[in-house]
Design a protein. Structure first.
Ligand code: ARG
Ligand code: ZN
Length: 845
């Protein structure tokens, strides 16, 4: 059934305290709860309904007297007094058979929890909604060496430990961990002098992979004090690494739980990209302590209140720790790859959705990444100082609250005096706006005019779109290349709007949407000469990169649609950027890449063309070869000069150099010279170089031996083996991809119950554009087979992977028919989960 934002009502009772006792057992864990309720003065409905799923109710009392609740699959209802009372219950649960990885479950013999969004109801009966907040006292009884929960530690002894969390929190922030774990300890002194004990807890054998995460945690704690004035608020902060986890990580109060792939890092086993990602996720979860935990969400429709803001904050952190332009470019690549297709397809939904069936299906790129873009636009519009002043007011006014987007907007209106009601459309309107720009040049009077228009195509459930507030950062360059008008921001608020510059000597070249100041599609009258000019002269690093990307896109489109040769303008521009020593290596590394095959399919579809995955793949490979030819004389030096010297460091400088050197290695391989890749594979002392060398060998069809050697070297390391699974599938030739995937699902190390391994295998197939969309339909059928198998075990991961099909209407009738048949086959599966049912129904439309 569907839940609507407009139906929100507060719960009939408030909670004064929660006491929980866990008697741990793999199949018969007992959970005792003692909860002090009193009538909520803000509510009229006194129905006493407690959520509860898959629980065996042993006993229930109110004020000590046994009661007999009426119990359904979703919870229980019982007559409760219209006065304060104590609820006590005992339930039994079975963590070891919990394959959905929601609630209390077991991973490699260790107990752990995942309660966001609605997992706590699988632990005990409770009003499992974020606006019900309480302090928790927890007692854990178990034989494991380490017993952890939220807050500060209390009494502990042989076989038990007690924890109490003084901060009121919703149940989704509850966590418990029990296992024979080892800690990597450290400490942090807050700016007011409190010493905080820090720990990263891991399984024995992983203790050498904690140092980087710990440093990232300390950097995050310092950064949030320096930039947002936010201090940590408990005596201890624990992080635990867990192998079986549906998502990246979880911000439980004082006890963050991480997918081990998002916290464990070492030079030998992690790539530079892994290090950067781990640093960002540690920061993200830590920053939730204020944006999410101290101020939480009234209901799940408000998810972007904490997620959009926290993604924005972690992006700010990464830009400060590393390179601002490189981070911005990486984020825009990801936004276009994941959020744009979502926003323009059958799963399109507003940043703040207004209805859902299963909230787990709304942890999306739109809520997270577009949600963060919305915060970025707000900051651009009000300015740096006003933004931080508004945030201070937000923390002051709403600390301890379960808040809404209305509260958030109100804070900005009150602190800046601006009317933000039109801006609020970014939260309610789905779809990616298109901004078209036409130029007018009055040579006689030296007047240059930009005519803007904005529109958004209809999306499911929203036929009519109103104009939004769109901040456009722009500058002007003189024809000689000098910037005459530095960046300033204009605000589009109407469907059509013009902007005039006068007193100009010559027709300027505008540089529009600098820094990607709004998540829109920009349509401008621009040819390749203009793009080459911006690539050479723009002062905005984002737009320089964008101009290079546009040239690459244009040449690829011509190669695909007209069998054209790669454009010399693009290749010459590329050569100039790659040899420009004033640019940092990471930036040059980014410039060498061209748009992915998936992105090209989207571009073609935007143009009204039907993308042909095979042609796209061939063109992409051909452009790679053309780049190699163009740069052939400089590649050996590019490779040699960018070998970082000294000890390996996963910082911006070291990873930038490795990235550029690896790009050179890859291009030399394209020219037939595999010597560098072979040597690098054999001698690398870090995963970045070893893995890239392996990838190049596999791509060139020379990888069989290296693939075997890599497996033998790393077979004991499950995170590295995920990479090994993924690589073989990602780089399989289109006609082999399904076969290679199928064979790997038969490998003894394949384990469908482990979400990382499942994603590394079936997710990699979905990511191999030409392979997944091979005209045989074998890719579609194989993915559908496995989704049907996984759904009864793990609905959340199954539903998420259904997004592989969301772009199906882009393709030709033959492929559409093949996909539709698979979608219908999944939908017809008996007992399909609510999660998967909702996703497939929406995708089918
Ligand atoms: N709040 C977590 C984060 O963004 C994500 C948890 C999502 N869990 C889920 N079951 N949908 O950091
Ligand atoms: Zn988050």
């Amino acid at each position: 059934q569907t839940i609507y934002l407009k139906d929100y009502t507060p719960f009939g009772y408030v909670i004064d305290s929660v006491q929980l006792t866990f008697k741990l057992h793999p199949t018969e864990t007992r959970v005792l709860s003692k909860i002090a309720f009193r009538p909520n003065p803000e509510a009229t409905d006194r129905t006493f309904f407690l959520h509860g799923e898959e629980l065996k109710l042993i006993s229930a009392t109110i004020d000590g007297k046994e009661v007999s609740p009426s119990v359904t699959d979703e919870g229980l209802t019982v007559d409760a007094p219209d006065a304060p009372f104590t609820w006590e219950a005992e339930v039994e649960i079975s963590p070891s058979t919990n394959t959905a990885l929601e609630g209390l479950y077991m991973s490699n013999g260790m107990y752990c929890t995942q309660c966001e969004a609605e997992g706590f109801r699988k632990i005990t009966y409770y009003p499992d909604r974020p606006d019900v907040m309480a302090t928790f006292d927890v007692r854990i009884e178990g034989s494991e060496k380490v017993l952890l929960s939220n807050g500060n530690p209390g009494a502990s002894g042989e076989g038990f430990a007690e924890w109490s969390d003084p901060w009121k929190k919703p149940a989704y922030l509850f966590a418990l961990v029990a296992g024979d774990l080892i800690n990597h300890p450290d400490s942090f002194t807050t700016r007011t002098g409190t010493d905080v004990e820090l720990n990263i807890w891991v399984r024995p054998g992983d203790e050498d992979k904690c140092a980087f995460g710990m440093q990232a945690l300390k950097d995050s704690m310092k950064w949030d004090e320096d930039v947002y004035g936010r201090e940590y608020d408990l005596d201890i902060f624990n992080i635990v690494a867990v192998d079986d986890f549906n998502m990246g990580a979880m911000e439980n109060k004082g006890l963050n739980i991480f997918n081990s792939s998002c916290v464990l890092a070492s030079q030998a086993t992690s790539t530079d990209a892994d290090f950067e990602r781990i640093e960002a996720i540690i920061a993200h979860e830590y920053f939730h302590n204020w944006t999410g935990n101290r101020i939480t969400c009234r209901d799940w429709f408000q998810l972007c209140l904490k997620e959009g803001l926290t993604v924005f904050r972690d992006a700010q952190f990464t830009s400060d720790m590393r390179s601002e332009p490189v981070k911005r470019i990486d984020d825009v690549i990801a936004l276009r790859a994941r959020q744009f297709p979502e926003d323009q397809g059958p799963l399109s939904h507003p940043v703040r959705p207004e209805e859902f069936q299963e909230i787990n299906n709304f942890y999306t790129a739109t809520v997270y990444e577009k949600g963060a873009e919305v915060i970025g636009m707000l900051k651009t519009l009000v300015g740096h100082d006003a933004y931080y002043k508004a945030l201070d007011l937000y923390f002051e006014r709403h600390d301890g609250d379960a808040a809404t987007i209305e509260d958030w907007i109100q804070v900005f209106e009150d602190s800046t005096g601006r009317d933000l009601q039109q801006f609020k459309r970014w939260y309610s309107q789905s779809g990616t706006p298109k901004v078209s720009v036409k130029e007018e040049w009055d040579a006689e009077n030296g007047i240059f005019t930009l005519h803007f228009s904005q529109s958004t195509a209809p999306t499911p459930g929203q036929d009519i779109k109103d104009p939004r507030v769109i901040p456009i950062a722009l500058g002007l360059l003189a024809p000689g290349g000098k910037e005459t008008h530095p960046t300033h921001v204009i605000e589009l608020t109407h469907a059509e709007q013009s902007l005039t510059f006068d007193g100009l000597d010559a027709r300027p070249v505008p540089s529009l949407l600098r820094g990607f100041s709004a998540p829109v599609i920009l349509e401008q009258e621009i040819d390749n000469d203009r793009r080459a000019f911006l690539l050479a002269n723009d002062t905005d690093p984002f737009n320089r990169w964008e101009a290079g990307g546009d040239l690459a896109r244009d040449t690829l489109i011509n190669m695909i649609l007209k069998d054209a040769a790669p454009s010399p303008a693009y290749l010459h521009g590329l050569r100039r950027v790659v040899t420009d020593e004033s640019l940092d290596p990471a930036y040059r590394g980014l410039m060498i890449q061209h748009p992915s095959e998936t992105e090209l399919a989207g571009t073609l579809s935007d143009m009204g063309e039907i993308p042909d995955p095979t042609k796209i793949h061939i063109a992409s490979r051909a452009l790679l070869a053309a780049k190699a030819e163009t740069l052939s004389d400089i590649l050996p030096a590019l490779y040699a000069d960018n070998q970082p010297t000294g000890a390996y460091k996963p910082d911006a400088e070291g990873s930038g150099k490795r990235d550029l050197a690896n790009a050179a290695m890859s291009l030399m391989a394209k020219l037939g010279d595999l010597s560098h890749a072979k040597a690098q594979f054999a001698s690398a002392d870090n995963m970045t170089q070893q893995f890239e060398a392996l990838a190049v060998l596999v791509r060139e069809g020379q990888g069989a031996e290296a693939v075997k050697a890599f497996y033998d070297q790393w077979k004991e390391d499950r995170l590295v083996i995920n990479k090994w699974f993924g690589l073989q599938i990602s780089l399989a030739e289109p006609e082999d991809a399904a076969k290679v995937t199928e064979a790997l699902t038969q490998h003894p190390d394949f384990d469908m119950k482990n979400p990382n391994r499942f994603r590394a295998t079936l997710g990699a197939l979905a990511g191999n554009h030409a392979g997944f969309h091979h005209e045989s339909g074998a890719g579609y059928a194989l993915l559908a087979d496995w989704l049907i198998k996984l759904d009864p075990l793990n609905p959340q991961t199954t539903a998420r992977m259904c997004t592989a099909f969301q772009t199906w209407k882009r393709y030709d009738a033959g492929r559409q028919a093949l996909i539709k048949a698979q979608l219908e086959r999944i939908l017809a599966t008996p007992n399909l989960s609510r999660d998967t049912n909702e996703m497939i129904s929406r995708i089918l439309g």
